[in-house]
Ligand binder design. Structure first.
Ligand SMILES: [Fe+2]
Length: 260
């Protein structure tokens, strides 16, 4: 297979899907576990040029912590967890609650954790200069929220279910609907970023970002599940998605710079 070009929108979906299938076959045959996600994942074109090829520069963590942000309850308003009340009117789309627990590898809750989310609106459009595709901007939806986990490690957001959106990885490339999550630990060096998906999305097999997590069990851990206990009568549907920070069942996080 020739080295793929990093130029956007050159390959067809069929070519990208064939590359994904070839990597999946190699993964299944590999005797050793591969890094998750695969940082050098050619079907995800921009990973070719921006994945690290050398050891990272190690900064003095104590020096960084002197300048790191520190979040307390007084810094994060409880209303910031509701993305549907940030403007004068109601945003368009399916209102949802997304909740879950943040735990360590032993199942212990991680309380007072800053959880930030950002996402596209119901039409799949971001309020961002780089997103100029012809889907409507919702004047009542910015798509950014944050909260702190409670004593049980639980976070909870009310938002609008995002739509899928096109991107320029290849011809007719579409991202499955997702919500970006960022978690801060106790200092700046512990920031983790990942994406939460919705169950049953038909775009999963076609998406090279989702597929760059080559272990299917790890991919499944990024998919929220519908939870009727979270659904509120006459108000919103509910999804549950737990985040595990360490251990073999941990949630897979992105390399720095991934932003699609
Ligand atoms: Fe996105």
């Amino acid at each position: 297979m020739p080295t793929p070009s990093s130029d956007a929108a050159v390959a067809t979906q069929e070519q990208i899907s064939a590359e994904i299938a070839a990597i999946e076959k190699a993964h299944a045959a590999a005797a050793v576990a591969l890094p998750q996600p695969a940082l050098d994942y050619p079907p995800y074109r921009s990973s070719i040029l921006r994945h690290p090829t050398k050891d990272l520069h190690h900064a003095d963590p104590e020096g960084i912590e002197l300048w790191a942000p520190c979040f307390g309850h007084q810094d994060v308003d409880a209303l910031e967890a509701d993305l549907t009340i940030q403007h004068s009117g109601e945003p368009i789309g399916e209102r949802i609650v997304v909740t879950g627990r943040v735990t360590d590898g032993d199942g212990r809750p991680v309380p007072h954790q800053l959880v930030e989310i950002w996402q596209a609106n119901a039409a799949g459009r971001y309020v961002h200069q780089r997103d100029q595709h012809p889907a409507p901007i919702d004047p009542n939806f910015t798509g950014v929220g944050r909260c702190l986990t409670d004593e049980t490690g639980t976070y909870r957001f009310t938002t609008i279910r995002p739509g899928p959106y096109p991107w320029k990885n290849h011809q007719n490339a579409w991202r499955p609907a997702h919500i970006h999550f960022s978690l801060f630990g106790t200092d700046f060096t512990q920031r983790l970023v990942t994406q939460m998906y919705f169950p049953g999305d038909p775009l999963f097999p076609l998406d090279p970002i989702y597929q760059s997590i080559t272990d299917p069990r790890d991919r499944d851990l990024l998919v929220a599940r519908y939870d009727h206990q979270v659904t509120r009568p006459e108000w919103s549907t509910g999804y549950r998605w737990d985040i595990v920070l360490t251990g073999s069942h941990r949630t897979r996080f992105e390399a720095e710079g991934d932003d699609e």
